[in-house]
Write a protein that binds this ligand. Structure first.
Ligand SMILES: [Zn+2]
Length: 343
């Protein structure tokens, strides 16, 4: 990356109201069949245009073609029965009715590769594609086949690897795996979670990232956050092993969260996507707010490894708020770029 402080979002952006009900997470589609295919592509184009206007460096699809960051991927796999549902606790936080693993899991065909090719055709900027990580995938399913979280995670790692290599061939520059589960199941993350993540990313020559966050600004998450105390030190558990891992970039949240900034020191040497936008609030940051977060992060990450980003996805926000936050991110990074150039 030649530009200093390349900006990006963690992943999702709000969908247009004609595609899915706004300000609602996992909102059902409003279109069907061919209209839905065309609608998703139009929405993706708008997401790219918003990022271009905001001066975002690494462009994503805004996750416009998926309803859910984990489930949409799993829907395309065989071995999982979506009719057979069981209630499980997601990330130890809330109960949800989830599909059941009923047999050996496999990926009969690619899931996002056509969407990624479409994104590739929209821009000459570097592009990033998000996939769920193995541990977060197993945490949204009931497993009646392998009966082992670790075994299922290794299977998903293999499947994710197949998808990731096809995404890379489609021209994706950064493949990001979302692993919010790393902030909850520390022991498993260190025992085999990081290893399965590396397995998913093996043989890739493009850059790889892992996004670890405290989730969308939805009620179950804000309630959980209230129980975490004044300092959120969850990253401390997994960062030492992530620092030693083969993953190139760590995406984390900073702005307005209770994560002590100095925890970034634990991953010194890695590229760091620093969340400088709070996705759990409708208040739009000023460019100066963003610049302030980035300046503080620069104490713990070298300038050439600092990637300004958002704390998490912005899907549940209104389009206006998300757009304002994108603009602030672009403008705030530019302030600090100029300061670094003048120094
Ligand atoms: Zn997130």
């Amino acid at each position: 990356m030649t530009i200093l402080l390349p900006t990006s979002t963690a992943g999702s952006l709000p969908k247009p109201s004609w595609l899915a009900e706004p300000e609602k997470l996992w909102s059902p589609w409003k279109l069907e069949g061919e209209e839905l295919v065309a609608g998703k592509q139009d929405a993706l184009r708008l997401a790219v245009e918003d990022q271009r206007q905001a001066g975002i460096t690494i462009v994503g699809d805004g996750e416009q073609t998926r309803q859910h960051f984990v489930t949409t991927f799993i829907e395309h796999l065989s071995g999982v029965d979506f009719e057979k549902r069981e209630t499980v606790r997601i990330r130890n936080r809330y109960d949800a009715s989830v599909p059941t693993v009923v047999g050996a899991v496999s990926r009969p065909k690619s899931v996002f590769v056509e969407d990624a090719k479409f994104l590739r055709a929209q821009t000459d900027q570097p592009i990033k594609w998000t996939l769920p990580g193995p541990m977060t995938m197993i945490d949204t399913l009931y497993d009646a086949h392998y009966r082992s979280r670790e075994k299922l995670a290794w299977e998903f790692a293999r499947i994710l690897g197949e998808e990731a290599r096809e995404l890379e061939a489609a021209g994706v520059d950064i493949i990001q795996f979302d692993e919010p589960a790393f902030n909850v199941f520390f022991e498993e993350a260190n025992d085999w979670g990081i290893a399965t993540l590396e397995k998913a990313a093996e043989r890739l020559t493009c850059e790889t990232a892992v996004h670890i966050c405290y989730g969308y600004g939805i009620k179950a998450n804000t309630e959980w956050k209230k129980t975490l105390g004044s300092e959120w030190r969850q990253y401390e558990e997994t960062f030492p092993n992530l620092q030693k891992s083969s993953i190139d970039i760590i995406s984390l949240e900073c702005h307005h969260s209770h994560v002590p900034m100095e925890l970034i020191e634990l991953i010194r040497g890695k590229k760091v996507m620093v969340g400088a936008i709070d996705v759990a609030s409708d208040t739009i940051e000023t460019p100066e707010d963003v610049a302030d977060t980035l300046r503080k992060a620069l104490a713990f990450v070298d300038a050439d490894k600092l990637y300004p980003s958002t704390n998490c996805g912005m899907a549940p926000l209104s389009r206006g708020v998300a757009r304002g936050k994108l603009d602030a991110l672009g403008a705030g990074a530019e302030i600090v770029r100029q300061e670094l150039a003048a120094a």
